[in-house]
Design a protein around this ligand. Structure first.
Ligand code: MN
Ligand code: MN
Length: 306
């Protein structure tokens, strides 16, 4: 049976690139037939990566068969995976997120979760000496994943390992990191084709805080004005998105990658209270700027209060 390797729904660059990396390693080095898959359409930065490195786009799958061999990467959260994920034969999990619980396996499996910024960083360490056999386009995917998840080393999730591995990949590929990251972020920032509801779901994770269910959405961009000029329409779309997704409220943070700050939208009293209690901010209008905030994982989720 061919093992399917996939990341989370609403695939970002890491959930698009890391499955390609690991499927290559399983197939070409370990001799286990594997192919990458996507649980939905990739974001515009991930599509840029595929195009730039001339990688085949993984097949988008809508579900999995019971008993299917799968490797899960870049998440361990059942809510971000197919509904019947526990009917699959999960053979490994490689991730860099908090352990959520809920995944079940029929036998002991390989699990590797490390507090680094990116799944590809962990894979580089696991592949070890076999990196010497990795083709350039797969190395390119790895480098793109690390630059994406670290926001070119600006995110506080960045570790020395992420940096050292990215520099090593860039050197072997002859890539100028700042020039290449600028191209990536320009691709990620081009969201003009998406509806407000699509933007609110593009990079979004659900969390419960104080009995309230929040959809915490982040848009990383080098041109925040292009998103913030749509703020009225974005706020108007929030109630429907929340209701359809079983949440009480959408929280949207527009992360300005270059100026290293986030702008949170504040459509109502609940979000105003969350902004003031969580981030020690004084809210006067329908947005609030949060200096230095770039990481949902490290700077937003752990501090959320209602
Ligand atoms: Mn991800
Ligand atoms: Mn990741």
């Amino acid at each position: 049976m061919t093992t399917l390797v996939f990341g989370h729904k609403s695939p970002d660059t890491d959930s698009t690139g890391s499955p390609i990396v690991w499927a290559w390693y399983l197939s070409e080095i370990l001799g286990t037939p594997a192919k990458p898959a996507l649980l939905g359409e990739s974001n515009t930065e991930a599509l840029f990566m595929l195009d730039h490195w001339k990688l085949d786009k993984p097949e988008i799958i809508s579900g999995i068969e019971a008993g299917q061999d799968v490797v899960i990467v870049d998440t361990n959260n059942p809510a971000e995976l197919p509904a019947n994920i526990n009917e699959a034969n999960i053979t490994a999990i490689i991730d860099h997120h908090a352990l959520i619980g809920g995944l079940q396996t029929k036998a002991p499996i390989q699990i590797r979760i490390e507090p680094v910024a990116c799944t590809a960083t962990i894979m580089w360490k696991m592949i070890g000496k076999d990196m010497a056999q990795m083709p350039s386009e797969i190395k390119g995917a790895m480098l793109t994943c690390i630059l994406s998840d670290t926001l070119e080393f600006r995110s506080p999730t960045t570790t020395q390992e992420d940096k050292a591995i990215a520099w090593s990949l860039a050197e072997s590929l002859g890539v100028d990191i700042s020039d290449y990251a600028a191209q990536m972020f320009a691709a990620k920032s081009d969201v003009s084709a998406f509806s407000e509801a699509e933007l609110l779901r593009m990079d979004s994770k659900e969390y419960e805080v104080g009995g309230k269910q929040f959809r915490v959405s982040v848009l990383e961009t080098t041109s925040p004005s292009a998103i913030l000029e749509r703020k009225d329409a974005l706020m108007a779309a929030m109630p429907d998105v929340a209701r359809e997704d079983g949440a009480d409220q959408v929280l949207l943070f527009v992360v300005d990658i270059l100026n290293e700050e986030a702008t949170m939208l504040v459509p109502n009293e609940l979000t105003k209270s969350v902004a003031e209690k969580s981030f020690d901010a004084k809210v006067t209008g329908d947005t609030v700027v949060l200096p230095g905030i770039m990481s949902r994982k490290k700077q937003i989720i752990p501090f959320l209060k209602v």
